[in-house]
Design a protein around this ligand. Structure first.
Ligand SMILES: O=C(O)CCC(=O)C(=O)O
Length: 410
């Protein structure tokens, strides 16, 4: 047994070494001689060299627009993060958090080449977590924030003009895949599907703040801070999940909300990935799953009116959200931004519509709903959507592309 399992492991080490050597050759071709020299010293156990290599790769990642970064530099950044983490974790238990932070930065900003190595190192280092102690009253306050019975009336009062008075999105309990395809998917029609995610462990586990702290508290995540991504004061930050939970708990000032938005959290934190399942509906059209994103934040987060090219099944795991939808055919009347970076967002601020500037929006039909905990909303490709949380809320979006039907991404 021992001999049999040893051979593949030795092969794997060789493959790993070959991959790393090939990466260093590639970086040499890019002129990164200083990086290669530091990375080699880091591999020999030199922490300062590892940190210098990480700094050099970081500079390369910020040397121009993100899409112009040479992919090998992203892999090089991941390699340097891995060295820093391993050397820091080896230096004593006090550096466990720093090591995890380095690994998360590698996962968030690094390329795919060393992803498995980063994940394995996370598992090893995260396993040494201390017990989480949650302050008295914290668990109840967390649950109150999710149900939000106290502030719901006020949250509904400030919804955009004409909300919940127009066409409601149809709600179907436990829809069969066939009916979903025939009645909604093929007709580009939105639908709320209820009763399909009750078995997800996330439905109960994510209501327990101590659980979230335990599995993710020391992990680093990117968050958005500000009213919404179209506002000038909006910014992005990297903070620990614990700091994020603390902000969700305590800060509900609308101009300074912290939102963990559109982040592939489940590629990063395996324990949270294990709490959810990919719904069968996402295989409609024979295409492929494009991304799974987390949308986690306090009461009052707003994602302004925008459209995406993919099919979207939006699962409301914890809390509730108001969602307004306009069909793709309404695009011209929704005044998309003209700069290409924002061309999927509308210039119309639904929270404060300027009818003089945007007159066509006034009599436009829309669908809307309050998406309740445990429900999923199907948003067809290119449908415009505006989303506002009505409580502490944790949603998961499944984006997929379909090959069998052409309506998407045209
Ligand atoms: O939940 C939100 O704030 C926005 C979700 C969204 O825009 C999406 O899933 O495409």
């Amino acid at each position: 047994m021992g001999g049999e399992s040893g051979a593949p492991a030795a092969e794997a080490v060789e493959v790993d070494e070959e991959r790393r050597a090939a990466l260093l050759r590639r970086i040499t071709e890019e002129g990164g001689f200083a990086f290669v020299s530091s990375a080699e010293k880091a591999a020999g156990g030199d922490l300062r060299a590892a940190e210098a290599a990480r700094e050099m790769a970081w500079e390369q990642l910020h040397s121009g627009p993100w899409h112009e970064v040479v992919p090998a530099w992203r892999d090089a950044y991941a390699m340097a993060c891995l060295h820093v983490a391993e050397l820091r974790a080896g230096a004593g238990a006090g550096d466990r958090r720093e090591a995890l932070r380095a690994l998360d930065m590698g996962l968030i900003m690094g390329g795919p080449l060393l992803r498995r190595d980063l994940d394995e190192a996370v598992q090893r280092i995260a396993a040494c977590a201390e017990d989480v102690v949650v302050a008295d009253g914290c668990t109840d306050k967390w649950r109150e924030g999710i149900s939000n019975n106290r502030d719901l009336a006020e949250a509904l009062r400030i919804l955009p003009n004409k909300s919940l008075s127009s066409k409601k999105v149809e709600k179907r309990p436990s829809l069969s895949l066939e009916t979903f395809i025939c009645d909604y998917f093929l007709h580009d029609s939105p639908v709320i599907i209820s009763g399909c995610i009750d078995h997800w462990p996330a439905r109960t586990k994510w209501k327990d703040i101590a659980y979230l702290q335990r599995v993710a508290g020391d992990r680093t995540v990117p968050v958005e801070v500000g009213k919404n991504y179209l506002c000038s004061e909006w910014k992005q930050e990297l903070i620990t999940f614990s700091q994020f939970l603390e902000r969700v708990h305590s800060n509900n000032c609308p101009s300074n909300l912290t939102y963990l938005a559109q982040h592939p959290l489940f590629d990063q934190i395996q324990e949270l990935r294990d709490d959810i399942m990919i719904p069968d509906y996402c295989f409609a059209g024979g295409g492929e799953l494009r991304s799974l994103n987390a949308w986690f934040g306090p009461l009052g987060t707003v994602t302004p009116l925008h459209q995406d090219p993919h099919h979207n099944l939006f699962a409301q795991v914890i809390g509730r959200k108001y969602i307004r939808l306009y069909p793709a055919s309404a695009s011209e009347s929704l005044y998309p931004h003209t700069e290409s970076m924002l061309s999927n967002s509308s210039q119309v601020d639904l929270d404060n519509i300027d009818f003089t500037e945007f007159p066509k929006v006034e009599n436009l039909d829309f669908f809307d709903c309050v998406l309740e905990e445990g429900e999923m909303l199907y948003i067809p490709p290119k449908w415009w959507h505006y989303v506002r949380s009505l409580s502490t809320s944790f949603s998961v979006s499944f984006w997929w592309s379909a090959t069998a039907y052409p309506s998407e991404g045209a």
